[in-house]
Write a protein that binds this ligand. Sequence first.
Ligand SMILES: [Zn+2]
Ligand SMILES: [Zn+2]
Length: 359
Amino acid sequence: MFRPKIKIPWKKSSLCPCGSGKTLNRCCAGIDGTPRSKPFNLNKTERKTGLNRSGCYLAGQDNCGAKLSLEHALSHNIIDQLGDLAIRGFPGVDGETDVVVPKGSAGYKVLCNLHNADLSPLDAQAGRVFAELGAAIFPIRHPANKERENWVYIDGPRLESFSLKALAAYVAAKVITRSGKKVELNVDWTKLKRAILAGDLDDGGGMYICASPAPNEVDGCQFIPISNLDGQLVGIHCVMRGFSFRTIFDPTHAGAGTVPPNATFRPSVHQLYGIGGSAFIYLAWRRRANLRQYSSGRVITTPTGSSSSVPFDLLAGSPKEEIRTKLLQQPTEMPQSFAPIDVGHFEADPPPILGRSKR
Ligand SMILES: [Zn+2]
Ligand SMILES: [Zn+2]
Protein backbone atom coordinates (compact mmCIF):
# COMPACT_ATOMS: atom_id res chain seq x y z
CA MET A 1 0.00 0.00 0.00
CA PHE A 2 1.31 3.43 -0.87
CA ARG A 3 1.95 5.60 2.12
CA PRO A 4 2.96 9.18 1.64
CA LYS A 5 5.74 10.43 3.83
CA ILE A 6 4.45 12.90 6.37
CA LYS A 7 5.97 16.33 6.70
CA ILE A 8 6.58 17.32 10.27
CA PRO A 9 6.28 21.02 11.13
CA TRP A 10 9.62 21.41 12.91
CA LYS A 11 12.80 22.39 11.13
CA LYS A 12 16.28 21.97 12.55
CA SER A 13 16.36 25.67 13.36
CA SER A 14 12.92 25.73 15.10
CA LEU A 15 12.58 25.65 18.83
CA CYS A 16 12.69 22.05 19.97
CA PRO A 17 9.14 20.76 20.51
CA CYS A 18 10.29 19.10 23.74
CA GLY A 19 10.10 22.52 25.33
CA SER A 20 13.74 22.87 26.33
CA GLY A 21 14.05 26.30 24.74
CA LYS A 22 16.98 25.16 22.57
CA THR A 23 16.75 24.72 18.84
CA LEU A 24 15.78 21.29 17.62
CA ASN A 25 19.19 20.90 16.05
CA ARG A 26 20.93 21.48 19.39
CA CYS A 27 18.48 19.38 21.36
CA CYS A 28 16.47 16.32 20.29
CA ALA A 29 17.15 16.07 16.55
CA GLY A 30 18.48 12.82 15.19
CA ILE A 31 20.80 12.78 12.23
CA ASP A 32 17.84 13.10 9.84
CA GLY A 33 16.45 16.09 11.72
CA THR A 34 13.44 14.36 13.28
CA PRO A 35 13.05 14.61 17.07
CA ARG A 36 14.04 11.58 19.16
CA SER A 37 13.41 10.71 22.74
CA LYS A 38 16.44 10.96 25.00
CA PRO A 39 17.07 8.22 27.55
CA PHE A 40 16.08 9.05 31.12
CA ASN A 41 16.65 7.51 34.50
CA LEU A 42 14.61 8.73 37.45
CA ASN A 43 16.10 6.10 39.75
CA LYS A 44 18.21 8.04 42.25
CA THR A 45 20.37 5.19 43.48
CA GLU A 46 23.13 7.60 44.53
CA ARG A 47 20.86 9.18 47.13
CA LYS A 48 21.13 7.33 50.43
CA THR A 49 18.80 8.34 53.22
CA GLY A 50 18.95 4.92 54.82
CA LEU A 51 15.16 4.83 54.78
CA ASN A 52 12.73 2.43 53.19
CA ARG A 53 9.39 3.98 53.96
CA SER A 54 6.73 1.34 54.34
CA GLY A 55 3.86 2.12 51.98
CA CYS A 56 6.15 3.58 49.29
CA TYR A 57 6.09 1.31 46.27
CA LEU A 58 9.58 2.41 45.24
CA ALA A 59 11.07 1.55 48.65
CA GLY A 60 13.91 -0.97 48.80
CA GLN A 61 17.02 0.98 47.92
CA ASP A 62 17.49 2.90 51.18
CA ASN A 63 16.63 6.15 49.42
CA CYS A 64 13.13 6.97 50.65
CA GLY A 65 12.03 10.21 52.21
CA ALA A 66 10.79 10.48 55.79
CA LYS A 67 7.07 10.62 55.07
CA LEU A 68 4.46 9.35 52.68
CA SER A 69 3.03 11.98 50.38
CA LEU A 70 -0.15 12.22 48.35
CA GLU A 71 0.42 10.84 44.86
CA HIS A 72 -2.10 11.93 42.25
CA ALA A 73 -2.38 8.95 39.95
CA LEU A 74 -3.88 11.22 37.32
CA SER A 75 -1.16 13.86 37.78
CA HIS A 76 -1.94 17.13 39.51
CA ASN A 77 -0.93 18.88 36.28
CA ILE A 78 -3.91 17.28 34.57
CA ILE A 79 -6.23 17.60 37.53
CA ASP A 80 -5.54 21.32 37.66
CA GLN A 81 -6.99 21.60 34.15
CA LEU A 82 -10.21 19.90 35.19
CA GLY A 83 -12.92 20.43 37.74
CA ASP A 84 -14.01 17.68 40.08
CA LEU A 85 -13.21 14.19 38.89
CA ALA A 86 -15.62 11.41 38.08
CA ILE A 87 -14.09 8.05 38.78
CA ARG A 88 -15.54 4.76 37.69
CA GLY A 89 -14.44 1.50 39.22
CA PHE A 90 -14.39 2.85 42.76
CA PRO A 91 -14.22 0.22 45.50
CA GLY A 92 -17.63 -0.76 46.77
CA VAL A 93 -19.51 0.90 43.92
CA ASP A 94 -20.89 -0.97 40.94
CA GLY A 95 -18.87 -0.78 37.76
CA GLU A 96 -21.33 1.52 36.01
CA THR A 97 -21.56 4.37 38.48
CA ASP A 98 -19.34 7.41 38.43
CA VAL A 99 -18.31 8.76 41.79
CA VAL A 100 -17.50 12.44 41.76
CA VAL A 101 -14.66 13.41 44.04
CA PRO A 102 -13.24 16.85 44.73
CA LYS A 103 -9.99 17.20 42.88
CA GLY A 104 -8.03 17.87 46.06
CA SER A 105 -8.73 14.39 47.33
CA ALA A 106 -7.97 12.42 44.19
CA GLY A 107 -4.71 10.90 45.34
CA TYR A 108 -3.24 7.98 47.21
CA LYS A 109 -0.46 7.75 49.77
CA VAL A 110 1.65 5.26 47.88
CA LEU A 111 4.96 7.10 47.46
CA CYS A 112 7.28 8.80 49.92
CA ASN A 113 7.92 12.50 49.44
CA LEU A 114 11.30 11.98 47.74
CA HIS A 115 10.15 9.31 45.29
CA ASN A 116 7.08 11.36 44.51
CA ALA A 117 9.34 14.28 43.60
CA ASP A 118 11.61 11.99 41.54
CA LEU A 119 8.69 11.12 39.28
CA SER A 120 7.46 14.68 38.82
CA PRO A 121 9.06 15.14 35.35
CA LEU A 122 6.59 12.52 34.09
CA ASP A 123 3.68 14.54 35.48
CA ALA A 124 5.02 17.70 33.91
CA GLN A 125 5.05 16.15 30.44
CA ALA A 126 1.60 14.59 30.96
CA GLY A 127 0.17 17.96 31.92
CA ARG A 128 1.63 19.62 28.83
CA VAL A 129 0.43 16.83 26.53
CA PHE A 130 -3.04 16.97 28.03
CA ALA A 131 -3.29 20.72 27.48
CA GLU A 132 -1.96 20.50 23.92
CA LEU A 133 -4.29 17.63 23.03
CA GLY A 134 -7.20 19.69 24.30
CA ALA A 135 -6.21 22.62 22.12
CA ALA A 136 -5.64 20.39 19.09
CA ILE A 137 -8.86 18.46 19.40
CA PHE A 138 -11.15 21.43 19.86
CA PRO A 139 -11.06 22.53 16.19
CA ILE A 140 -11.48 19.01 14.79
CA ARG A 141 -14.73 18.69 16.68
CA HIS A 142 -16.02 21.95 15.25
CA PRO A 143 -16.56 22.17 11.48
CA ALA A 144 -16.11 25.94 11.45
CA ASN A 145 -12.42 25.45 12.14
CA LYS A 146 -11.75 23.21 9.19
CA GLU A 147 -8.56 24.90 8.08
CA ARG A 148 -6.68 24.44 11.29
CA GLU A 149 -4.15 21.70 11.56
CA ASN A 150 -2.46 21.31 14.90
CA TRP A 151 0.51 19.24 15.90
CA VAL A 152 1.09 17.81 19.35
CA TYR A 153 4.53 16.60 20.37
CA ILE A 154 4.76 13.60 22.67
CA ASP A 155 7.87 11.98 24.07
CA GLY A 156 6.70 8.39 23.69
CA PRO A 157 8.76 6.61 26.35
CA ARG A 158 7.93 9.29 28.92
CA LEU A 159 4.21 9.03 28.21
CA GLU A 160 4.47 5.25 28.55
CA SER A 161 6.17 5.71 31.91
CA PHE A 162 3.58 8.23 33.01
CA SER A 163 0.70 5.89 32.22
CA LEU A 164 2.43 3.04 34.07
CA LYS A 165 3.06 5.31 37.03
CA ALA A 166 -0.70 5.93 37.19
CA LEU A 167 -1.24 2.18 37.02
CA ALA A 168 1.25 1.58 39.83
CA ALA A 169 -0.62 4.06 42.04
CA TYR A 170 -3.92 2.25 41.49
CA VAL A 171 -2.33 -1.13 42.18
CA ALA A 172 -0.43 0.05 45.25
CA ALA A 173 -3.54 1.76 46.62
CA LYS A 174 -5.54 -1.43 45.96
CA VAL A 175 -8.42 0.41 44.32
CA ILE A 176 -8.82 -1.60 41.13
CA THR A 177 -12.28 -3.08 40.79
CA ARG A 178 -14.11 -5.24 38.31
CA SER A 179 -17.89 -4.90 38.17
CA GLY A 180 -17.78 -2.93 41.38
CA LYS A 181 -15.79 -5.50 43.35
CA LYS A 182 -12.19 -5.00 44.39
CA VAL A 183 -9.80 -7.31 42.59
CA GLU A 184 -6.33 -8.38 43.60
CA LEU A 185 -4.10 -8.57 40.56
CA ASN A 186 -0.72 -10.25 40.31
CA VAL A 187 1.88 -7.79 39.23
CA ASP A 188 5.54 -8.14 38.34
CA TRP A 189 6.70 -5.13 40.33
CA THR A 190 10.30 -5.46 39.14
CA LYS A 191 9.20 -4.95 35.55
CA LEU A 192 6.72 -2.25 36.41
CA LYS A 193 9.24 -0.18 38.42
CA ARG A 194 11.95 -0.56 35.78
CA ALA A 195 9.50 0.70 33.15
CA ILE A 196 8.39 3.69 35.23
CA LEU A 197 11.84 4.80 36.33
CA ALA A 198 13.76 4.40 33.08
CA GLY A 199 11.30 3.50 30.36
CA ASP A 200 12.97 0.12 30.25
CA LEU A 201 10.56 -2.45 28.79
CA ASP A 202 10.90 -6.02 27.56
CA ASP A 203 10.65 -6.67 23.83
CA GLY A 204 7.02 -6.34 22.81
CA GLY A 205 6.31 -3.98 25.69
CA GLY A 206 5.37 -0.38 24.95
CA MET A 207 2.62 1.73 23.51
CA TYR A 208 -0.01 0.36 21.15
CA ILE A 209 -2.18 2.95 19.49
CA CYS A 210 -5.60 2.04 18.22
CA ALA A 211 -6.90 3.03 14.86
CA SER A 212 -10.29 3.59 16.40
CA PRO A 213 -10.51 4.87 19.92
CA ALA A 214 -12.51 3.06 22.53
CA PRO A 215 -16.23 3.84 22.36
CA ASN A 216 -16.00 7.17 24.05
CA GLU A 217 -15.10 10.69 23.23
CA VAL A 218 -13.96 11.82 26.61
CA ASP A 219 -12.80 15.31 27.19
CA GLY A 220 -10.91 14.16 30.20
CA CYS A 221 -8.68 11.29 31.04
CA GLN A 222 -9.54 7.65 31.52
CA PHE A 223 -7.31 4.87 32.80
CA ILE A 224 -8.31 1.23 32.59
CA PRO A 225 -6.01 -1.52 33.85
CA ILE A 226 -5.41 -4.44 31.49
CA SER A 227 -5.04 -7.90 32.91
CA ASN A 228 -5.20 -11.38 31.46
CA LEU A 229 -7.85 -13.82 32.61
CA ASP A 230 -5.49 -15.29 35.18
CA GLY A 231 -5.47 -11.97 36.97
CA GLN A 232 -1.95 -11.02 35.91
CA LEU A 233 -1.68 -7.29 35.33
CA VAL A 234 -0.01 -6.58 32.00
CA GLY A 235 -0.65 -2.91 31.21
CA ILE A 236 -2.97 0.03 31.12
CA HIS A 237 -5.34 1.53 28.58
CA CYS A 238 -5.40 5.34 28.59
CA VAL A 239 -7.65 7.75 26.83
CA MET A 240 -6.58 11.37 26.97
CA ARG A 241 -8.86 13.76 25.10
CA GLY A 242 -9.78 11.13 22.51
CA PHE A 243 -6.21 9.87 22.10
CA SER A 244 -6.34 6.21 22.99
CA PHE A 245 -3.29 4.10 23.74
CA ARG A 246 -2.40 0.98 25.65
CA THR A 247 0.96 0.54 27.35
CA ILE A 248 1.97 -3.07 27.95
CA PHE A 249 4.75 -3.52 30.51
CA ASP A 250 4.53 -7.28 30.94
CA PRO A 251 4.37 -8.70 27.41
CA THR A 252 5.27 -12.23 28.47
CA HIS A 253 1.97 -12.57 30.32
CA ALA A 254 -0.22 -10.72 27.87
CA GLY A 255 -2.38 -13.00 25.77
CA ALA A 256 -3.94 -12.64 22.38
CA GLY A 257 -6.67 -10.05 22.46
CA THR A 258 -4.87 -7.79 24.92
CA VAL A 259 -4.75 -5.05 22.36
CA PRO A 260 -7.09 -4.71 19.37
CA PRO A 261 -5.86 -6.28 16.15
CA ASN A 262 -5.83 -2.88 14.48
CA ALA A 263 -3.41 -1.38 17.01
CA THR A 264 -0.10 0.04 15.84
CA PHE A 265 3.03 -0.42 17.90
CA ARG A 266 4.79 2.87 18.64
CA PRO A 267 3.98 4.70 15.41
CA SER A 268 5.78 7.94 14.61
CA VAL A 269 2.63 9.87 13.80
CA HIS A 270 -0.94 9.42 14.93
CA GLN A 271 -3.66 11.39 13.23
CA LEU A 272 -6.84 12.25 15.06
CA TYR A 273 -9.66 13.35 12.85
CA GLY A 274 -13.23 14.46 13.23
CA ILE A 275 -15.84 16.55 11.53
CA GLY A 276 -13.66 19.66 11.66
CA GLY A 277 -10.41 18.28 10.26
CA SER A 278 -7.31 16.70 11.72
CA ALA A 279 -4.82 16.97 14.50
CA PHE A 280 -1.46 15.27 14.26
CA ILE A 281 0.46 13.74 17.12
CA TYR A 282 4.19 13.29 16.64
CA LEU A 283 5.60 10.58 18.86
CA ALA A 284 9.33 10.72 19.51
CA TRP A 285 11.02 7.38 20.20
CA ARG A 286 14.65 6.49 20.70
CA ARG A 287 14.91 5.17 17.19
CA ARG A 288 14.71 7.14 13.97
CA ALA A 289 11.20 8.30 13.10
CA ASN A 290 9.49 6.37 10.34
CA LEU A 291 7.32 9.06 8.81
CA ARG A 292 5.54 6.57 6.64
CA GLN A 293 4.40 4.65 9.69
CA TYR A 294 1.34 6.30 11.08
CA SER A 295 -1.98 5.42 12.56
CA SER A 296 -5.22 7.30 12.72
CA GLY A 297 -8.24 7.42 14.96
CA ARG A 298 -11.54 9.18 14.73
CA VAL A 299 -12.69 11.45 17.49
CA ILE A 300 -16.36 10.84 17.97
CA THR A 301 -18.29 14.00 18.51
CA THR A 302 -21.25 14.09 20.83
CA PRO A 303 -24.13 16.53 20.38
CA THR A 304 -22.74 18.55 23.25
CA GLY A 305 -19.21 18.19 21.97
CA SER A 306 -16.80 20.64 23.45
CA SER A 307 -13.25 20.38 24.54
CA SER A 308 -13.75 22.13 27.82
CA SER A 309 -13.66 19.74 30.72
CA VAL A 310 -16.85 17.89 31.45
CA PRO A 311 -16.09 16.25 34.75
CA PHE A 312 -18.95 13.83 34.81
CA ASP A 313 -18.01 12.42 31.43
CA LEU A 314 -14.45 11.77 32.42
CA LEU A 315 -14.77 8.09 32.77
CA ALA A 316 -17.54 7.41 30.31
CA GLY A 317 -16.95 4.32 28.28
CA SER A 318 -16.98 0.67 29.01
CA PRO A 319 -14.23 -0.41 31.37
CA LYS A 320 -15.41 -4.01 31.45
CA GLU A 321 -14.29 -4.69 27.91
CA GLU A 322 -10.76 -3.59 28.51
CA ILE A 323 -10.23 -4.94 31.96
CA ARG A 324 -11.20 -8.42 30.92
CA THR A 325 -9.02 -9.33 28.01
CA LYS A 326 -9.35 -12.63 26.28
CA LEU A 327 -6.54 -15.10 26.66
CA LEU A 328 -6.82 -17.11 23.50
CA GLN A 329 -3.33 -18.55 23.59
CA GLN A 330 -1.16 -19.68 26.43
CA PRO A 331 1.27 -16.80 26.90
CA THR A 332 4.24 -19.16 27.07
CA GLU A 333 3.50 -20.44 23.59
CA MET A 334 2.99 -17.13 21.87
CA PRO A 335 4.60 -14.48 24.03
CA GLN A 336 4.12 -11.62 21.62
CA SER A 337 1.08 -12.71 19.73
CA PHE A 338 -1.15 -10.15 21.37
CA ALA A 339 -0.68 -7.41 18.85
CA PRO A 340 0.45 -7.06 15.28
CA ILE A 341 3.55 -4.98 14.68
CA ASP A 342 3.23 -5.10 10.92
CA VAL A 343 2.04 -1.69 9.84
CA GLY A 344 -0.08 -3.21 7.09
CA HIS A 345 -2.68 -4.47 9.53
CA PHE A 346 -3.93 -1.61 11.54
CA GLU A 347 -5.90 0.40 9.12
CA ALA A 348 -9.50 -0.31 9.96
CA ASP A 349 -10.66 3.26 9.50
CA PRO A 350 -10.26 5.07 6.20
CA PRO A 351 -7.11 7.18 6.19
CA PRO A 352 -8.63 10.62 5.83
CA ILE A 353 -6.39 13.57 5.12
CA LEU A 354 -2.81 12.36 5.37
CA GLY A 355 -0.52 13.09 2.50
CA ARG A 356 -2.45 16.00 1.17
CA SER A 357 -0.39 18.85 -0.06
CA LYS A 358 0.23 21.59 2.45
CA ARG A 359 -2.61 23.96 3.00
ZN1 LIG B 1 14.47 18.81 22.72
ZN1 LIG C 1 10.18 6.00 48.69
